[in-house]
Design a protein around this ligand. Sequence first.
Ligand code: NAD
Ligand code: AKB
Length: 314
Amino acid sequence: MKQETILVIGANGQIGTALLPHLQRLYGWENVIASDLRAGENQQAIFERLDATDATMLASVVQRYRVTQIYHLAAILSAKGEADPLWAWNLNMQTLLNVLEVARLHQVNKVFVPSSIAAFGTQAPKYETPQSALLDPSTVYGISKVAAENWSVYYHKRYGLDVRSLRYPGVISYQSMPGGGTTDYAVAIYHEAIQGNRFECFLAADTLLPMIYMDDALRATLELMEAPEAAITVRTSYNLAGMSFTPAQVAASIQTYFPDFQVDYKPDFRQAIADSWPKTIDDSVARRDWGWKPRFDLPKMTKEMITHLTEKVI
Ligand code: NAD
Ligand code: AKB
């Protein structure tokens, strides 16, 4: 077993909830510290209540457990951030800077700071968006992700801090609900379908967006974190692709299991956000540098989502 002590910040969110058991298997249950603003239901981990905007509290946890790696997952996502832009900016930036500083000052070996497809805006090519496309985000969330990418490069160059990052597409999971993003519909749609309900979609039927199944997102995260330092050529954030689909396509995929499933389309303010994002992603640099390859397409993901969510309901 690997000798590391891992701190996960924002551990009770959509990604943290699914990531924790993988880290516990890799590093040992007693070497993974989950932290969040409050404990999760049925928390199966060593837990520290931690507000990551509080640098003193964060430093005390890092010192007490002699943390060697940090997964910084706390953030306000795209849709929620638009309700209160300055609050979202302050939270996303303050937590990031606290994490980078504590890592620098307390000999943390590696830090994971996720970025997002939200870093791209209308100037980037919509299809096969390249790694190096112009970043002109339309949301405060996207602006904070671009800033975080640049701060990560700065800490790597100036202090040699090993910060790694992925530009996640919309992450689809059965383990936990998403926390206020534009791609959240693609999780909610499965929940409504298995309960036999109609689904009201806040994006138009033909809105194509990049998505990834949680299994692939977690495998990418762990593969990136395990890759030899010399292989990492991108210190902003790696483009990452899983699949791309529209609401109509995911609905049709669900209808192969529930033929009566119906969707009403009522686009709201999130449509403009989605329209500013890429439709498909070129992740060839991640493939080249650390061997990334997704395993889930839409039919395979739908089968897994329906199987797992049905088990939860029974
Ligand atoms: P989430 O909203 O589900 O979870 C975030 C967690 O952070 C929550 O449990 C929240 O309580 C916690 N948190 C908020 N403020 C905090 C603070 N001050 N101190 C400590 N904890 C705090 O988010 P997620 O979907 O799990 O996303 C994790 C990371 O991945 C974020 O950086 C997000 O931008 C990024 N990302 C997610 C997706 C996705 O589709 N889920 C896509 C792209 C990027
Ligand atoms: C959101 O929709 O805000 C997130 C993301 C793609 O970053 N899921």
